[in-house]
Structures are given as C-alpha cells and as structure tokens.
Design a protein around this ligand. Structure first.
Ligand code: ADP
Length: 592
C-alpha cells in the first residue's frame, strides 16, 4: 500500500520538480507520523528567502505555510542563539528575538507544566547545508504529540530525517540548477546565432527577443542603446515594437548603473523591498514606482558591452509575484549582454560602412557631374576654334605661320579627343542612363572596327584579322557602346605593338555568354600596371608605351561599358610578350 497522501494538487513553487516536491513531502510526513510531531515543514533557500515547499500535519499549518517566503536573515538571526543539538537547533521560546508569527506558524496550544514542557513559541529546526556549509533549506518541527521537548531518542530519529531531507533538498536544487543552466545555455546559443546575423538593431531585437523572453521566463524585455561616442539618452527598443517611454530620471540611473554593472561584470535585480541593488533608496523608489505603472514586479538589469565599452542595457521583466531571478539566470544574462554587445558593434560597423559607401557614391556622382559639365562647357568653344583653324589653314600664309597653325590644330584636336572621351565616360557611368539592350552580332561590329583601324595598322605594318564562327555571335547590348569596346581594344593593340606583328580579334560562344578576345604580340603590360589599368587617366609606366599618343581614358570607358552590360573583362599579359583582353558579355540567345 502506498502511503502517499492523496491531497489535492498543492501549489508547486516554480522550478522545483514534482518528484522533488513529493519526496520532501514524504519526509515531512514521516516526521509527523513516525517521530510524533503535529507539524513538520521543509523550506528551500531561494534568493535570500526561505520558501516553504512541503508541510505535513496540521491542515491549517499547511494552508498558511506552503509557498510562504521569509527573509533569510530573520531565520538565521534566530538560529544564532539556538542550542546546538547536533543537526538540530533548538531555540527556547524565552530566547526568541522576532515575532514568529511574521514568518512561522504558532500552534494554538496550552503548554504543560515543567521544565521539559513544549511551549507554542519554541523553535526546533534543522538547517540543511550543502558541501560548502551554506544553508540551502530548513526543516522546522512543531507540536510534539506528548507535549514535551524531545529527548535524546527522538532527537536521533529527527536527525535521521533531517539528514535525509538534506540529501533530497540538495538533489532537487542541483537538478533544478542543471535544468536551468541547460535552458539558459540554449537561450544564449539562440541569441548569438540570431543576433550575430543581423544588420540592424531592430532586427537583432526582433530575432532574439522571443528566445530571451522564453528562456528567462520573463514577461517582456527592452534594450536601451547608448548613442555612439558616449552615454546619453540613447534609444529604447521594446519587444513588441512599442516605444517604452522611460522618464529622464530613470534613464540617468540606467546610464550610470549600466556603466557600474559592466565594470563589475554584474547584473542588477530591482524589486520593491530588495535592497542589494547598487541603488539609493530614492532611486529604487523611483524605479519601482515606474515599474508599477507597467505592472512589472521585478527586473533583471543587464549591462551590454564589449571590452571596456558599455553600449547599453537589456532589461528583462517579471510580473508581481513572479519567481525571483536566480544566480544562474544572472550569470547567463551577463553572457547574453556580452553577445548582444558584439552584435551591436557589428551592426554599427556595418552601418558606418554603409554610410561611407553612400558618401563615396555621392562623391563619385558629383565628380561625374563635374566632369560632364566642364567637358560640355569646353566642347563648344573648342569646336569653333577647330573650325576657324581649318579656315585659317586654307589661307595663303607664310611657312612659319602655317607651322604654328598646324601645331595649334593638332593641340586642339587632341583636346577634342579628351573631351569626347570624358563625355562618353560620364555617359556610360551614369546610372540614370541605363543600357537599352538589343541583340548585336559582334561579327559585324568586329568587321567595322577592323576596317576603321586598317589605315593605322597599315602605317605600322601590322596585320589585323578576325576569327569568327560562321553563325552570328549575338551579344545583348547597345551596338554603339559595344562598337566602342572593340574599337578601343583593337586601336590599343595596334598602338602598343611593334611593326610587323599580328593582332587578332577572336569571337566565340561559351554557354550563355559570348566572348571577344583581342590578342596582340605587343609591348605587354607589367603586373603593377595591370592593377591600375582600368582607372581613369592611367597611362603605362612603360616609356615605349607612353610615347604613343593617348588620353588614358580608353580602358576606363571599356570597363564601364562592359560592367553596365553585365559582362566581365579579363586580361592575360606579360611585359614584352603581348596581351590578350577577354570580354565576356551576356548572349542575346541564352541556351537555357
Ligand atoms: P590610352 O591608350 O589612351 O593611354 P587606355 O586607357 O586605352 O589609354 O590605356 C591605358 C594604358 O594601358 C595605355 O597607356 C597603355 O600603356 C596600356 N595599354 C592598353 N592597351 C594595351 C595593349 N594592348 N598593350 C600594351 N599596353 C596597353
């Protein structure tokens, strides 16, 4: 037969398992039934309080005591003056210091006469200690059946029960702590995993708040971040997207507390009546009053930071009457504060980078506009200068003037080339002027380009030929711009190759791309020059190459056109060995 009580489900203190509660209840029952006491109660120490978890015997006592929390110092004060009965501590009623009614239960009984008579205010208990001697619980016994203070025989029996209770309590607490650690480790893992991927503080909060609230069994939470460059009012982000309006006085306390707590690597629990919280009485009052307006009973205040830097704070909340915050929770929360700190710093670095990119883009756009405007302004007067020079050159003038005029004409035409290249560069670099693509057969483009450069090639005794398949090589793009790509590459190949050599333009198809290769057997390009080859105005450091006329804009134009067509450009070159420029462009008739 089981001796288990079939009592209706009693309120179970949060955290303790039902098996643990049941075994403590059985021990209490044993004390009442076997040792012969009217009441036996077992309490656990939690958050500086003694919390009654099992009461056997008198139904009134049970009703009054289960779940009751007594500040631990009241209990330890009494124990200090107790008679030492081994594991048991006995405080005769005449030595009792506090009003037991505030935390214990006083039986309604008339004491017997005599020195051994039990008095209703006598206190008999057994502190339950852990391996380090810290008190983790307490067994309290009252109301001996025989009305007498226990003799040696009953004390021994009681001690046996106390030892058993000790083991049960320690097991229960250990298990509870272990479970809590596992749960919080999982929470912290989730927070790191989710928060570290985010690119904004709002997203960090969105992604981690559910895990935090659930893992810490909180009612809600908010995060306050301090502005970059120091502490300040910062911004408050609450879980449900609502803005928590913190009174300025409280923000100032939060700022200072976060700094102090981060330096000490501690969390802070704030609740009415709880004193060990680094706050002055006035500050605590201010905070708990504010928390009352939100129906919050207690908060776990967690500093957020990285290295020596404090970045803000995380506040986890619990309702009135909610479980106290445990030491394990505080430790885990501090870890979360560090992880959030790293995530926030990442977000800031990302935002800074993003801002910088935006600024650089704006600067680039401004530069493009400036170049375009200046080029436009120069183009018209220059055109008229070139026109008048042509007219003057047609006049009958003496040789000296003729030479001067043709030098001016060469200079002016060079300026026109630079300005035309600048205007084209700005046009192909302007995102508001996108390519309007259509199929372009590159065989036709290559043919035209080779025809146009044939004169220059002949002058340098070079052969230029095209290798192309019999079928169309269709790129998707703007025909004029693609013409420009090929003509710049081919004219460079012609310019930068010694006489007598060959230049080849090869067209082919590779998957969804078409490939144009411009190969020469010319000067080649050094590895150092290759790094800057496509930047505006770059001209080679090779003196043989620089001797050829050029603006340094041709390849920059090629690169921009290829890029805005969604293509790529590659270069194989070696100084003295020739160069191959390879351009890949999206095909107009993709395979898939
Ligand atoms: P430009 O020809 O007007 O100087 P580009 O932008 O077309 O300007 O070319 C930049 C530089 O790259 C040239 O000055 C030249 O030194 C080098 N370069 C370009 N194409 C070749 C090539 N095919 N062989 C050797 N050097 C080349």
């Amino acid at each position: 037969m089981s001796s288990r009580p079939t009592a209706p489900a009693r309120p179970r203190p949060p955290g303790i398992s039902s098996e643990a509660q049941e075994s403590l209840q059985l021990i209490a029952e044993g004390i009442t039934a076997i040792v012969g006491f009217g009441v036996a109660a077992i309490g656990l120490v939690r958050d500086d309080h003694l919390e009654m978890v099992a009461v056997a015997g008198s139904p009134q006592a049970r009703e009054q005591l289960v779940g009751r929390r007594t500040p631990l110092h009241l209990v330890t004060n009494e124990l200090e003056v107790a008679d030492d009965w081994g594991l048991l501590k006995f405080v005769p009623h005449e030595r009792l210091q506090s009003d037991v009614e505030t935390w214990g239960w006083v039986p309604d009984l008339d004491p017997l006469e005599g020195p051994d008579a039990w008095h209703p205010l006598d206190m008999l208990s057994a502190p339950l200690l852990d391996g380090d001697g810290a008190m983790r619980g307490l067994v309290s016994i009252d109301l001996p059946d025989d009305g007498l203070r226990p003799g040696p025989e009953r004390r021994r029996l009681l001690e046996r029960y106390a030892a058993q209770a000790s083991r049960a309590v320690l097991r229960a607490l250990e298990r509870e702590e272990l479970e809590e650690q596992v749960r919080l480790a999982e929470t912290a893992r989730q927070v790191v995993r989710r928060a570290s991927r985010q690119r904004s503080l709002g997203r960090i909060l969105e992604e981690s708040s559910e895990a935090l609230v659930e893992g810490f069994r909180a009612l809600g939470m908010w995060i306050q971040t301090f502005d970059e460059g120091g502490l300040g009012s910062g911004t408050i982000h609450a879980t449900d997207g609502t803005r928590v309006q913190l009174p300025t006085g409280i923000i100032a306390i939060a700022d200072r507390s976060a700094r102090e707590a981060w330096a000490a690597q501690e969390t802070i629990v704030v609740a009415r009546g709880r004193l060990r919280d680094r706050l002055s009485d006035g500050e605590r009052e201010q905070i708990v009053d504010f928390l009352d307006t939100l129906d919050i009973g207690s908060i776990l205040f967690v500093p957020i930071g990285v290295g020596p830097e404090v970045l803000g704070n995380l506040v986890l909340t619990r309702a009135h009457g909610g479980a106290p915050w445990t030491a394990t929770e505080a430790t885990a929360a501090l870890d979360v504060g560090r992880d959030l700190g790293t995530a926030i710093l990442n977000v800031r670095a990302f935002e800074r980078e993003h801002r910088l990119v935006k600024e650089l883009q704006a600067l680039d756009q401004y530069k493009g506009q400036l170049i375009a405007t200046v080029a436009h302004e120069l183009k018209n007067p220059l055109t008229s200068i070139v026109g008048y020079l042509e007219m003057l050159e047609a006049e009958e003038v003496d040789r000296g003037v003729q030479q001067a005029l043709s030098a001016m004409d060469r200079g002016a035409r060079r300026m026109v080339r630079v300005i035309d290249d600048l205007l084209l560069l700005s046009k192909v670099g302007d995102p508001s002027n996108p390519v309007i693509p259509r199929p372009v057969d590159l065989r036709a483009v290559a043919g035209d380009v080779v025809d146009l450069t044939s004169l220059a090639a002949r002058k340098r005794d070079l052969t230029v030929h095209v290798e192309a398949p019999a079928y169309p090589v269709l790129a998707l793009g703007d025909p004029d711009e693609l013409d420009r790509v090929l003509s710049n590459l081919v004219s460079n190949a012609v310019k930068y190759t010694e006489p007598g050599r060959a230049v080849t333009v090869a067209l082919s198809r590779a998957g969804d791309e078409v490939v144009v290769e411009c190969r020469d057997e010319g000067f080649g390009i050094s590895a150092a020059d290759q790094e800057r080859l496509f930047t505006e105005f770059f001209r080679s450091t090779n003196p043989v190459a620089v001797a050829q006329p050029g603006t340094g804009l041709g390849l920059a134009i090629v690169a921009r056109i290829v890029e805005r067509h969604g293509g790529r450009i590659e270069l194989d070159s070696e100084l003295g060995r020739g160069s191959t420029f390879r351009v890949r462009l999206p095909a107009a008739d993709p395979v898939s």
